[in-house]
Ligand binder design. Structure first.
Ligand SMILES: C[S@@+](CC[C@H](N)C(=O)[O-])C[C@H]1O[C@@H](n2cnc3c(N)ncnc32)[C@H](O)[C@@H]1O
Length: 254
């Protein structure tokens, strides 16, 4: 993380220092890197230093564009199925939105099949993503046409909650990947990668490195969707720009 984030991080970690009855960041760091700290404290640390804000259909024009690409780019849909990766999935809304867009496309092309993989560094957001249970108010950003077919309303003790329909859930899985880690345990040959609102946490060198690694996981002709406010990097250069923040890997990429 850039040094400019230092005071923000200190503020967020105050809660952990209080919980552990510590009054000094040096002791906290020592504990965090100890054998016990790595298992007991690291998940709390990760939750405090990450921002998990997300929503269904966030930046909805990107999903409209994806739906148009599915209709128009036969290369994207006519292979052996399409796998999409949401690389910082947070609580799962982005991954499920992708699956809903793909499921809608199946109405036009019943032979089309897909899967979505959502990954994140934080185990607690991944637990929420896997449970697929949200608040009714989270439907505010969902277009009306998607509510009835893809969400189940809770009753009894679940009143006020919604759950993603099994038709969507069966095509979506989640696992833990740290974008700064040595290895991305995920297949290559992906048709679509969404990497939105996460690179902002990293310095330029790390952003470049991450984007290069993501491109390696994309199949030729596949698409990379970035956050609308995230800048252009050198790593994007070999790709062609389809629209603002959306890139295509050329068929002849080496
Ligand atoms: C603001 S959310 C973005 C969610 C979604 N992509 C969106 O745009 O709505 C950022 C997510 O990045 C995750 N994250 C932060 N650092 C990460 C890392 N090193 N590796 C993987 N995920 C990370 C956080 O846990 C958080 O869930």
């Amino acid at each position: 993380m850039p040094r400019s984030k230092r005071s923000l991080i200190e503020t967020r970690l105050q809660k952990r220092l209080r919980a552990l009855d510590m009054n000094d960041y040096g002791h906290y760091i020592e504990y965090l890197f100890s054998i016990e700290g790595k298992t007991r404290e690291l998940p709390f640390f990760i939750d405090e230093v990450t921002t998990n804000k997300t929503s269904f259909f966030r930046e909805s024009t990107q999903f409209d564009l994806l739906a148009a690409l599915l209709r128009e780019d036969r290369g994207l849909t006519q292979r052996h199925g399409l796998t999409a990766w949401s690389v910082a999935s947070s609580t799962g809304e982005e991954s499920y939105t992708l699956a809903m867009i793909f499921e809608e496309h199946r109405k036009l092309d019943p032979l089309f099949f897909y899967s979505v993989i959502g990954t994140d560094i934080s185990s607690s957001v991944l637990a929420t993503a896997k449970a697929a249970v949200y608040d009714m108010k989270d439907l505010d950003t969902v277009p009306d046409a998607f509510v009835k077919p893809y969400f189940l309303r809770g009753t009894g003790s679940r009143t006020g909650q919604i759950r993603i329909h099994p038709i969507i859930r069966k095509n979506v899985r989640f696992s833990q990947i740290n974008l700064l880690g040595d290895e991305y345990r995920i297949e290559t040959g992906l048709g679509v990668i969404f990497c939105r609102n996460v690179l902002i946490y990293f310095d330029k060198d790390r952003q470049e490195k991450i984007v290069r690694r993501l491109i390696d996981h994309l199949r030729p002709g596949g698409y990379l969707f970035m956050g609308p406010t995230e800048g252009l990097l050198d790593a994007h250069r070999p790709l062609s720009r389809v629209a603002a923040s959306i890139f295509r890997k050329p068929n002849s990429y080496v």
